[in-house]
Design a protein around this ligand. Structure first.
Ligand SMILES: O=C1O[C@H](COP(=O)(O)O)[C@@H](O)[C@H](O)[C@H]1O
Length: 247
């Protein structure tokens, strides 16, 4: 599989979210056409919530058999189950609780009322990933979604945090500059093993991070290079500093 990367600029946040939702549905439908099942890694954040809303409302939603999709998470805030700040809670409220899925195929990261530490949650997640991959490593995700922070973080891999260079599939994160301080994340290695990684960025607050990551390959976001393709799906505000692009 050869790695490729591209940037696709959209008019605004709503167009971006609707377009990503359509792409996502088609990507999963194609995977199911080939293998009978599909897998997706979900992300948290504001634009992701919009995307999930558009998936739910999409007229083509039924081209995917959602009961044969495995749902994983790229990162999680280490908080009690059901906490509104958990990425799992957000995705369930936005679409998972409203479509026909197989609960056995939903793989949330452990909550802080289930395990004692983010490291324990990460170890448990790595074991679940390895089991799904047939014994070790991570499954070849058909699609991995990522938001990007103003500081260029992806998943819960923050600039300068030791978790950024962690080995293995998942890592416990401490001292996150963005609350809550304790989190769980896929490692960069696991992220980059995905068949497709899409970084979704909306708004002027993300413009600097998008530019630094793309132009200089810096920041955690600049290290995302999926095994198959990497797509930067952005709106005009987030792309505003990309001087080499005309749009
Ligand atoms: O904390 C997180 O932030 C990022 C980006 O969120 P946004 O609201 O600024 O778009 C998100 O991608 C990540 O999953 C989440 O845990």
């Amino acid at each position: 599989m050869s790695r490729s990367s591209a940037v696709i600029v959209h008019e605004g946040a709503e167009v971006l979210a609707e377009a990503v939702a359509s792409r996502l549905i088609n990507r999963l439908a194609d995977a199911q056409a080939q293998r009978g099942e599909a897998s997706i890694v979900l992300t948290g954040g504001r634009i992701a919530a919009k995307v999930y809303g558009y998936v739910l409302e999409s007229p083509i939603r039924s081209v995917v058999d959602w009961s044969r999709v495995d749902f994983w998470w790229g990162d999680e805030r280490f908080l009690p189950a059901g906490d509104p700040e958990r990425n799992e809670t957000q995705a369930r409220a936005a679409f998972l609780d409203k479509i026909l899925i197989d609960p056995e195929r939903v793989h949330p990261m452990a909550a802080s009322d289930a395990v004692a530490t983010p490291e324990e949650a990460a170890a448990q997640y790595a074991a679940e990933l390895a089991a799904a991959a047939g014994g070790s490593g991570v499954p070849a995700f058909d699609l991995l979604l990522l938001g990007i922070g103003e500081d260029g973080h992806v998943a819960s891999l923050f600039p300068g945090n030791p978790a950024l260079d962690a080995a293995g599939a998942a890592v416990g994160v401490r001292h996150s500059p963005k609350p809550p301080p304790e989190r769980v994340s896929l490692t960069m290695e696991a992220i980059n093993s995905a068949t497709a990684a899409w970084i979704i960025a909306s708004g002027s607050g993300k413009a600097e991070a998008v530019d630094e990551a793309l132009a200089k390959g810096e920041l955690p976001a600049g290290r995302v290079k999926a095994a198959g393709h990497t797509r930067w799906l952005v709106d005009k505000d987030a792309a505003a500093n990309l001087k080499h692009l005309e749009f």
